[in-house]
Design a protein around this ligand. Structure first.
Ligand code: FES
Ligand code: FES
Length: 148
């Protein structure tokens, strides 16, 4: 099937029930999207489907047909990083970095909402687990983006 990923149509030959996470990583080489729990709980595999953040580990390939898939590799339009990535750099959020693509995809989806949540509200809804415990810095970066 054809899959629209990061603005390009990509042809994939995987079975329709293969999780999108593994299609992205194994078939398309987009390894920015990470595997954590595999059961939809940790958020490290978060991508956008038509702008909505979803865990790709639980999503069969067939469910993405006809929708725009965006991964962390696709968010920096024209080579310019997003305001979320800049805030993450400014506040030194990342530690090992493993959860961060999912975290950033989650925040980008929240920024697209109207009305935007407060920083505390966004933090409460992020639902991305970080084993390094970067949460205090995540909250600082969210405050810079969203106010408190
Ligand atoms: S790997 Fe998908 S939510 Fe954890
Ligand atoms: S930065 Fe290491 S798991 Fe989150």
């Amino acid at each position: 099937m054809n899959l629209l990923v990061n603005g390009s149509v990509r042809s994939v030959e995987s079975p329709p029930d293969k999780p999108l996470l593994w299609v992205l990583r194994e078939d398309l080489g987009l390894t920015g999207t990470k595997y954590g729990c595999g059961i939809g709980r940790c958020g490290s595999c978060m991508v956008h489907l038509d702008g909505v953040a979803v865990p790709s580990c639980m999503l069969p390939l067939a469910a993405a047909e006809g929708l725009a898939v965006t991964t962390i590799e696709g968010v920096a339009a024209g080579g310019r990083i997003t305001m979320v990535q800049q805030a993450w750099l400014d506040h030194g959020v990342s530690q090992c970095g493993y959860c961060q693509p999912g975290m950033i995809m989650g925040v980008l989806a929240l920024l697209g909402e109207s009305p935007r949540p407060s920083a505390a509200g966004a933090a409460a809804r992020l639902n991305v687990l970080c084993r390094c415990g970067t949460y205090p810095r995540v909250l600082k970066a969210l405050r810079a983006l969203l106010g408190s």
